[in-house]
Design a protein around this ligand. Structure first.
Ligand SMILES: Cc1cc2nc3c(=O)[nH]c(=O)nc-3n(C[C@H](O)[C@H](O)[C@H](O)COP(=O)(O)OP(=O)(O)OC[C@H]3O[C@@H](n4cnc5c(N)ncnc54)[C@H](O)[C@@H]3O)c2cc1C
Length: 473
């Protein structure tokens, strides 16, 4: 990873300059040692720790402009944080961190079927507002993550096989670039920037707001089928053929783990190893039930929550735990799932595995593989599945977790398409530019580097999944 030297400007970040900055801001400013600094810097993913020279708790877009200009004038880099779910490289003492958690508003335009998301908006707030108009956004599995960063990183959700990436449905982006200028990017205005921001994530500026499409979905047929350890092999072998027969309206994924014997865990799963097949069908419940019958028929699930639900309950399909912790996660895409791939996954993460690393497989294809109406920088996978591996750090043997990830990569190399997704690449373990490069085709990456060099030649926005400009040392 490239290291950046302190510049001659650093000395000018004095108590006086910080005080004058604070006077120009609607939101607060924090320096190390201030009450509130540690809390503001804290990320959901505790494996990374921001330690910036200062933090601006931006209250509005003007604050972001002021913060970026301060950083520009003092030779600082700029990092951005909404929730800290997807931090790559944390901010160090050469950085100003823009915290967007106060900019958490959103507004729905039911006529145009769009939503305007401020930088720190969370899906969990947007979903109920959209639902009041019979509409739904292209959110991901966990409603508690930041909507803007999720979208800039592509955004794969339970409706993506039908509608594509969240980034494919962005209409307008408001962004403050490295020169401190607020800009609007749309299909017509700054089209290069518009292309790069949708997929290039945090490399091109601080996005203060974006406008995206909503979809006429108020209910879905979805939930989870939880199978006991003894039927997992049979279910997974049926799953790999079943997914080749389902329509784009049906999304699915699976994850297996030992469920803790703890309060909050459904009685049926407590203390047991179980496979969780997540399902979402955008269509009539009867048809949904018909489509998933082949899975239900293989074995009696321990728990079957698949039913007709309002879209507001979409988060219950994956039931991701909203518990901050220290994680090492990785991802890559699988060209296909054949008999040997399933056997390898079972060996790595099934009931007999050591449990250091869990594996999630998501079914891709459908609209995810098709080009969007307005081209963007998100890679269109020809691979059929997304593999996400996750291990919890700090509670046992961290070395075993890291080794577990390496083993997953090695063992599944025959099926690895060579492509990865930025959104599922959090934490410092996979933030080298060589890792980031694998999220793009060679042609897209070359164009991103050219645009990065034009918009951010000094790599101000480097505390992220970085795409270094030509000039980077
Ligand atoms: C439990 C869980 C479930 C998930 N499920 C999905 C899923 O289903 N589909 C999917 O696609 N992804 C998923 N993700 C990944 C998630 O979309 C990314 O981690 C996303 O970046 C998180 O955004 P955030 O704002 O919450 O996190 P943050 O850590 O606050 O932001 C992540 C990074 O995005 C950049 N960034 C943030 N805000 C801005 C801004 N305003 N302007 C410019 N850059 C910015 C910064 O570089 C920042 O470091 C999941 C993550 C978790 C933890």
């Amino acid at each position: 990873m490239t290291q950046y030297a302190m510049t001659e400007y650093d000395a000018a970040v004095s108590p006086g300059s910080v005080r004058r900055l604070g006077e120009r801001l609607a939101g607060p400013v924090f320096v190390p040692g201030d009450p509130g600094y540690a809390e503001e810097a804290e990320a959901f993913d505790r494996s990374v720790r921001h330690r910036p020279a200062l933090i601006v708790g931006a209250a509005n877009a003007t604050d972001v402009v002021t913060a970026v200009r301060f950083a520009r004038d003092h030779g600082l880099g700029v990092a951005v944080q909404a929730t800290g779910h997807g931090v790559a490289l944390p901010a160090d003492d050469t950085a100003l961190l823009v915290s967007t958690r106060r900019m958490n508003g959103h507004s729905v335009d039911p006529e145009r079927r769009t939503v305007r998301l401020e930088a720190g908006a969370l899906w969990q707030d947007v979903i109920p507002t959209a639902a009041r108009h019979g509409l739904a956004p292209l959110n991901g599995s966990a409603p508690f993550i930041g909507a803007v960063s999720y979208t800039l990183g592509g955004g794969i959700g339970v409706m993506s096989r039908r509608h594509g990436y969240a980034a494919d449905h962005v209409r307008r982006i408001e962004v403050v670039t490295a020169d401190g200028e607020p800009r609007t990017a749309t299909e017509e205005e700054n089209p290069d920037l518009f292309w790069a921001l949708r997929g290039g994530k945090g490399n091109f500026g601080v996005v203060t707001a974006l406008e995206a499409d909503l979809f006429e979905v108020s209910r879905l047929y979805g939930g989870g089928l939880f199978f006991p350890a003894e039927s997992i092999r049979e279910v997974l072998h049926r799953y790999r053929t079943w997914v080749t027969e389902v329509p784009d309206e049906l999304s699915s994924s699976f994850f297996m783990m030992p469920w803790p014997d703890a309060p909050g865990v459904p009685e049926e799963l407590r203390g047991r190893f179980a496979l969780h097949v997540r399902l979402c069908y955008l269509g009539p419940p009867d048809e949904g039930a018909r489509l998933i019958r082949p899975l239900r028929e293989i074995a009696t699930p321990l728990l079957d929550t698949v039913t007709d639900i309002p879209y507001t309950e979409v988060g219950t399909i994956h039931n991701d735990p909203p518990i901050p912790g220290s994680y090492h996660i990785n991802n890559f895409q699988l060209t296909h799932l054949d008999h040997d791939a399933v056997e390898a996954i079972l060996k790595l993460a099934g009931p007999e595995a050591d449990g250091a690393v869990g594996i999630e497989i998501r079914h891709l294809g459908g609209a995810l593989a098709r080009p969007p109406r307005v081209p963007n920088a998100v890679a269109r996978p020809t691979a059929r599945f997304q593999l996400y591996s996750a291990g919890v750090l700090g509670i046992g043997d961290d070395e075993a977790v890291h080794a577990g990830h390496d083993l997953v990569v090695d063992t599944l190399s025959p099926w690895n398409s060579g492509m990865r997704a930025l959104n599922f690449m959090a934490g410092v373990a996979h933030t080298d530019p060589e890792d980031v490069r694998q999220a793009f085709t060679a042609e897209t990456y070359a164009r991103l580097v050219a645009l990065k060099s034009a918009y951010d030649p000094g790599n101000m926005f480097r505390f992220n999944h970085n795409i270094p400009p030509y000039s980077a040392p």
